[in-house]
Ligand binder design. Structure first.
Ligand code: KIV
Length: 265
């Protein structure tokens, strides 16, 4: 029996229902495991920081997203695969965004794209949605604006900031996005946005007031260099890897590895 992938419409219909489960994914092998539990997998531009050790996501290029996007689409069967549009590929004009969006979708086979920003990019979101490209929004602490924010800092702490993030959410919904990532905002604001919007909100560092949650997979597995405070660690995979690498090194140093006749079973 062919397994049907979860659709954008199914994610949208989960507003106020069973919480939406999501993780980032960058590799086929990780995607295959996460696929058993996640409603959608995000090929985040966080790949630049998590996999390639970059300080921000700003240097990530379309080619990198395509390589990892293809791996995640190939490794998964049921989850919707959402891909981040990297910094600089959509801000100039709706036409630029459309050209790059088509390129990313054709090359990866992903089911939707995620764009960071609110009111500022709502015209672009509408332009993409009207041309058949499903868009997930992303507001609050949007990492592509890290230089403007002066670091990875919680957003919407004062009334003015909170109001403008709420307006961002409303603009992205009105532009036709099917879901919205809300990152790094105080709980009262996440709750308010979730209450006001008809599309599901997916929180990251935004409390359980949202309609679902996404985490960076390496953070929750305990293999990231820097883990944000809000992340619950579900395993200490880094410690397990350390033990395995140590045992391996000891075996090699003791010449405990197969002779030529034993290899390639
Ligand atoms: O790039 C990413 O991983 C993201 C998530 C943190 C939402 O955008």
């Amino acid at each position: 029996m062919t397994i049907q992938r979860i659709t954008v419409a199914q994610i949208k219909a989960r507003k106020g229902g069973n919480p939406i489960v999501s993780l980032t994914a960058y590799h086929a092998a990780f995607a295959a495991i996460a696929d058993n539990y996640c409603d959608f997998l995000l090929v985040g531009d966080s790949v630049g920081m998590v996999v390639y050790g970059m300080d921000t996501t700003l240097s990530v290029k379309s080619e990198l997203m395509i390589a990892h996007g293809k791996a995640v689409v190939q490794g998964s069967k049921q989850a919707l695969v959402v891909l981040d549009m990297p910094f600089g590929t959509y801000e100039e004009s709706p036409e630029q965004a459309f050209r790059n969006a088509v390129y990313l979708i054709k090359e990866t086979g992903c089911g939707a794209l995620k764009l960071e920003g609110g009111v500022r990019i709502s015209r672009t979101v509408r332009f993409l949605v009207e041309r058949g490209i499903p868009v997930m929004g992303h507001i609050g602490l949007t990492p592509q604006m890290v230089k403007g924010f002066g670091g990875f800092k919680i957003q919407g702490k004062d009334a003015f900031g909170a109001k403008s993030i709420e307006e961002d959410g409303m603009a992205i919904e009105a532009a036709g996005a099917f879901a919205l990532v809300v990152e790094g905002v105080v709980e009262s604001l996440a709750a308010r946005i979730t209450d006001v919007l008809k599309i599901p909100t997916i929180g990251i560092g935004a409390s359980s007031a949202c309609d679902g949650q996404i985490l960076v997979v390496e953070d929750m597995l305990g293999i990231s260099r820097f883990v944000p405070k809000f992340v619950r660690r579900y395993a200490s995979v880094g410690t397990i890897m350390d033990e395995a690498f140590k045992n391996y090194a000891n075996d090699v140093r003791a010449r405990k590895f197969p002779s030529g006749s034993e290899i390639y079973r």
